[in-house]
Design a protein around this ligand. Sequence first.
Ligand SMILES: [Fe+2]
Ligand SMILES: [Fe+2]
Length: 195
Amino acid sequence: MKEAITILRSEHRSISAVLQALKDLARMAQDATARPRFQVLRSMLRYIDEYPEKLHHPKEDEHLFKRLVARAPEARLLVEELQAEHEEGARLIRELERALLFLEEGWPAGAREFLAAVDRYAEFHWKHMRKEETQVLPLVEQHFTAEDWAAIDRAFAANRDPVAGLQERDFEKLFTRIANLAPAPVGLGEPWKAG
Ligand SMILES: [Fe+2]
Ligand SMILES: [Fe+2]
């Protein structure tokens, strides 16, 4: 498989892992006897907000999508739909942040609304990633030329320059922190306690 496709798929896996963990914790937060540790919820939101925004979507928008439309004009509608979803995702994240703030201030009030916002966002983002994997990537593999792949590889490698590299490492660190802070059995952290 082409390196660029492997990278995009593996980024989808990282985002999915955090989304799944967030869904689990939003369910645990329904228990009014154990106050959630909000730090981990805030870290998760930061991850699913900034990782796509700073690392993942730019690769898709700037490199993959543009080139695909040039090679296969019939993909234009699909690409426009996905780009609109990148915008919509940013809006839904703001909704999620508001729901988390509300929960943190009023816990246990706001738990149900937070869970609903998390489920809505996770469903939205999963559909988006599935569309990319089942519709865009096959078209890309079908239509890209050797020259396209070389250009994409160069563009993705540029993503690993010292500044972007630092950013990627930051996200890896954040991912590890989330796994360490998330309460068992979702992560390796202490269970949320009563009181
Ligand atoms: Fe995307
Ligand atoms: Fe994606």
